[in-house]
Design a protein around this ligand. Sequence first.
Ligand code: GDP
Ligand code: IMO
Ligand code: MG
Length: 430
Amino acid sequence: MPAYAILGAQWGDEGKGKIIDYLSRRADIVARFSGGNNAGHTVINDLGNFSLHLVPCGVFSDGVMNVIGNGVVVDPDVLIEEMEALQRGGIDISHSLMISERAHLIMPYHVMLDTLAETRRGNQAIGTTGKGIGPAYSDKTSRTGIRAADILDIETLKVRLESVLPFTNDILEKIYEIEPVSIDSILEKSEYWRNRLGSFIKPVGRYVHDTLDSGGTVVLEGAQGILLDLDHGTYPFVTSSSPTIGGASTGLAIQPRQITNVLGIFKAYNTRVGSGPFPTELFDNVGEGIRTIAKEFGTTTGRARRIGWFDGVLARYSNRINGYTSAVITRLDVLDHLDSINICVGYKLDGEILDEPPGGVAALEKCLPVYETLEGWDTPTAGISEVSKLPINARVYVDRLQELIGCPVDIISTGPHRDHTIMVRDILAS
Ligand code: GDP
Ligand code: IMO
Ligand code: MG
């Protein structure tokens, strides 16, 4: 019953999509467990170049069922659009997609509220993706959300909307002074969604559980990263879900003991999109060079990603919370051009050296990174797929990251294509 959790180990965009596509060839199910279309997962393989926001990254491998779990928030219009785009690209998922009946839906008013709240925050804005994620999860916890199962019964949905929508409309009218949303417009959309998506809405918890029970392999597709976690991230500059190992369990109704492998996906350096502390951030030509070479622009919003050196303090913290059985280092090739590379091995705060990030965002803003400098490598690593072919200094660099993270680096990624991958240890065989 192997279940492989693929978790973002930094601030998102670590290359999870690439690794999930790589591993999904040996999977029975690939299942998303958190977030929504704030995620942007890039997959490049022999079928083409894809950017997925809601559909799991197992769709390119034959015989894989792709599951959207109960922990995900689903914008039905975005999902329909993504399914159609895949269909146009020759990827038919009409028999390989399931949506949990318990997944909450992102309603049009959630998208409006996200943007309105960000504008109101002014210079304290979080820099959200504007996709309605926060408001949809807020409604979930306030018990005023609409779930996928609700659109299967339009009469009951009407009664539900009559109870929850007046409050949202009060906020729209009285706080933001804009037009309220009509129940009829939501019901009309819901009928369309039911016609398009109704046959995919299923009790997926049981399906995933039974597949694991009968010896099947499940890849749990994480979105975002631990430092954006609602509890363990750099609050309030976080997302509204749990991209950590706990979220993998609750977001799919998988028993924690069923998760056999926990893979932490780390970029060989750090990036972040949106506001919030970033101790190793680079503001010089080195950062600009990495952004340009690596095309570090958001997959979902197109925003320039902030760039920084690898942060060993945050990496160790990430491992303490998620308990990785393997680390994966991606984008090693992006550092090919550098003569020397810094790694943050500690923080200095008020004269003290810290080996864990402080919980408060103000204190984290004040932390100064303590760097160790390693020599670069003069032979490029781009596209290498055997560990023995890596230049010695690149191996030294990865070994140092391994020490700092505190778990074995079992996969190294040297390019965006599925084949640009070094399997240091065949974790699928273990
Ligand atoms: P995700 O959100 O974690 O799936 O990551 P994104 O897809 O948002 O961003 C990762 C970017 O890095 C994408 O453009 C990938 O194509 C690219 N990528 C992934 N692995 C590698 C790698 O090893 N080398 C290079 N050069 N690019 C990579
Ligand atoms: P993937 O799955 C990088 C960031 C946003 C913002 C914060 C809150 O591709 O790694 P939200 O819209 O979630 O309320 O925004 O979280 N963010 C991401 N950054 N990768 C992502 O997903 C992200 N999803 C959300 O930029 O700072
Ligand atoms: Mg991404």
